[in-house]
Ligand binder design. Sequence first.
Ligand code: BGC
Length: 768
Amino acid sequence: MNKKIIFQIFSFCIIGISCTQQPKLGKDSVEDVVKAMTLEEKARLVVGTSKMYPMPPPAAPNAYQLPPKPNGYDDVQLTFKSQVKVYGAAGDSYPVSALGVPSIVYADGPAGVRIDPKRENDAQTYYATAFPISTLLASSWDTDLMNEVGKAMGNEVLEYGIDILLAPGMNIHRNPLTGRNFEYYSEDPLLSGKMAAAMVNGVQSNGVGTSVKHFAANNQETYRNGINTKVDERTLREIYFKGFEIAIKESNPWTVMSSYNKLNGEYASESHTLLTKLLRGEWGYDGFVMTDWWAEHDPIAQMQAGNDLIMPGTEELIQKIIKAVQEGSLDESVLDRNVARILNVVQKTPVYNGYVYSNQPNLEEHAQVVRKAGSEGMVLLENKNQTLPIATENKSIALLGVHSYSLIVGGYGSGYVFCPHKIALDQGLEEAGFTLDKSMAVSYTAHLARHKEAHPEEHFWYIPTIAEMSIDKKEIDRLANTCDMAVLTIGRNSGEGGDRRTDKGDYYLNDLELELIKSVTAAFKSKGKKTVIVLNIGGVMEMTNWKDYPDAILLAWQAGQESGYSVADVLTGTVNPSGKLPMTFPKRYKDIPSADNFPMSNGNPSMVSYEEGIFIGYRYYNTFNIAPLYEFGYGLSYTQFEYSNLIFNNTELNNEISVSVTVKNIGKVAGKEAVQLYVSAPGKDIRKPAEELKAFGKTKLLQPGGSETLTFTVKASDLASFNPQQSAWVADAGIYTFKVGTSSRNIRLTGKIEKKEALINEVSKLYE
Ligand code: BGC
């Protein structure tokens, strides 16, 4: 054997030995894998690859602009373009193949998977199901339904080769103008938290992850990347953190997304208080935290705070982290800790577990889930003289309003979904057997075609408003003569990056819409015929000025791709509406407790102070006796329910109490009822709201005469408020009044129970 061959055998051996000695994720401990990683590999793993930077949005009114492309972005994109696994996904992570660490993929969002529906040189399409907006889902007050939606959504995540869905969004509806409220659930933290937990459990049952977002106090879009939200600790703990706490404890989301804003002077993503002391220390969270996209401030502070992953990432950030470790300003053990947290989650992902995805989720089956969920979350606001369900003799309908022919299925921004189709209301009603006025259909189709011509490309970052079409008086009279009734849809859309405005055409009706409502309702009324308004909106709008004109108002929200079918199902009575408002509709904008210090109006967008404290939504209206237009929890049904037998399982309130109540359908049609339990609690040292939602449940479909007994279990700790002086959750001794009702202001049964000893749970102080 010559020397050269001996040397080659020797070097193969060395390489072979070192290869077999490389630890592998899953086979070896995460600790060993981290140890085997180079500093550069670790720095790359805690920073996304930025492959999937979205195209910059077209200019949108009210909208912020995406930050300029970071240095090196172009190069990064060119390098990686051919390696993109799921086109249109929001981001992915760096693979360390030698150690068995695959790249994982993240995609939005709360109403379904947002990915590009088409790919270059590929005949297949990749449409995903557009589910109803989160606000509609919360209006169902049905955690089982939420779970079912989550299961279907998670299946699309799995089958499209994605590992983590960037949802649910669960910020509190502090003010109706927040542009992204449609992506969120409610003004109430219990409803938000329970809904989010049900969604997370549903999605994650597929073996994929979620990211509850945006943690925390991201309740406005105005200057969201820099705004400082000033909120006292009690308010944070009881309102803005509470929903997250519930979701973390009841569903263990794989990841949490920190928010863009500053909270009490510190960027959320750099806040050790928020991400380590509270989230992990107090709540015991063991997943990982990622930034929101381009929330890049100080990567070292983010790493130290416990923001484990920076998304979507740049080369510059990676180099900064490497340098910081080399220079000693970032302890390598901090980096190791963050890497380990990411690896723990990577081990659960489909890609790590070798799942062979089909790229063919069952879209037909999911469309049925959308149709059902859509109708379950619609809220019947008005129904004079049983206008709805539409009587069988009313066969011909004057279908009016541009959005009847082009329903808004969801909001825009990252929460947009490229769905296979959008069912409008004309299709829904025609398939339900109605005849629609033909000439109106022709005019609206032409109007929509003109709009399309002016805006040929629909971009998910901004969807331009479709102007309403005016109809002259003679035409309206003709319709009132020839049609049996009128259905008029009013639409509103909003999205990420901008807040809404208290303008006509946004929070208020514009002149044309108001005129249309007045003239149509008058013309039909003069013939003894009825008008129904369908509200196809994503958030609260002004209604006091016009709600008395029509005979019925259905708040249809934005119900996803099957919207037209879901609305028709409710209008015809195929589905009896059972949705209830997850927020208050105030009489006047100025009644809203944050009206004067919402960033659009305070003239100082660099800061917003939540001066109303815990008194937001019904907590405010009920405590300070301000009558709302439609209260939290309100919604009508085609039947009536009787409540009876409020029974406690104990004579006093110790650690926990159960209360049961029987709900009976005493009307003529089958229906479901969302039952709400509010509690008025004594407050020795701090002011308590008049009442707070402490539990809720939904009956099954009750046939006429049918009844169901619901049992709610409430822990004493659920009744506590946070006393900042004591830095403790306190449930005072005294009398607690349990109120079971159909809404926050329609209480049917009341029971009192005494708590003999106060409960005091001390926690460490977060903010001075
Ligand atoms: C949004 C997030 C979203 C992310 C990725 C950001 O602009 O605020 O909610 O998940 O983009 O698309």
